[in-house]
Ligand binder design. Structure first.
Ligand SMILES: Cc1cc2nc3c(=O)[nH]c(=O)nc-3n(C[C@H](O)[C@H](O)[C@H](O)COP(=O)(O)O)c2cc1C
Length: 152
């Protein structure tokens, strides 16, 4: 999909129609790996792919998503929180490219069962994923959505 169209078509998908294929997941993870993090300190981040129904059933606010990828960080500060947003957005865009529904998610972070996230890491962001029948097409995004100041 052409980049500008993809960006304008991206949308929070909260209704899922089943589990994506492993190759779609691989592609979404690779998009995450391609994301930027502050100081390039990739060793401080961890992705956890959750597809175990027992674990998912204990997590709040995930809209019955069949896959949740949690990004966690060692000792997160402002730079790390921002970085996880960049990485998650890469995954959301690649999900769309794969015609997989995705939504960024913070609501589940406090309900991840113990033992799921590796010791020493704090969950900072998540993305819910699953198949969708939503037809992605460019949305008319209001130019007033973000008030913007220009300094010229
Ligand atoms: C930092 C952040 C946290 C979010 N957390 C949640 C969440 O917990 N649950 C949810 O349904 N959506 C969550 N969202 C998605 C936003 O609600 C959604 O992106 C926003 O309403 C704009 O809609 P759109 O993505 O369709 O353009 C989050 C988005 C961001 C950037």
């Amino acid at each position: 999909m052409e980049t500008t169209n993809m960006i304008n078509s991206r949308k929070a998908i909260r209704e899922y129609k089943g589990q994506m294929r492993d190759w779609q997941l691989d592609s979404i993870l690779k998009a995450g790996y391609a994301g930027p993090v502050g100081m390039g300190e990739y060793e401080n981040y961890r992705f956890t792919v959750i597809q175990d129904e027992k674990v998912l059933s204990k997590m709040n606010g995930i809209y019955d998503a069949p896959t949740v990828i949690v990004i966690s960080v060692k000792d997160p500060g402002q730079m790390e929180f921002i970085s996880t947003g960049c990485v998650a957005q890469n995954m959301a865009l690649e999900a769309e490219n794969q015609r997989v529904g995705a939504n960024l998610n913070m609501a589940c972070l406090g309900s991840i069962p113990e033992g799921v996230i590796p010791e020493g890491f704090t969950p900072t962001f998540a993305i819910t994923l699953g198949l969708t029948d939503y037809e992605f097409s460019p949305r008319a995004i209001s130019l007033k959505r973000f008030k913007t100041n220009f300094v010229k």
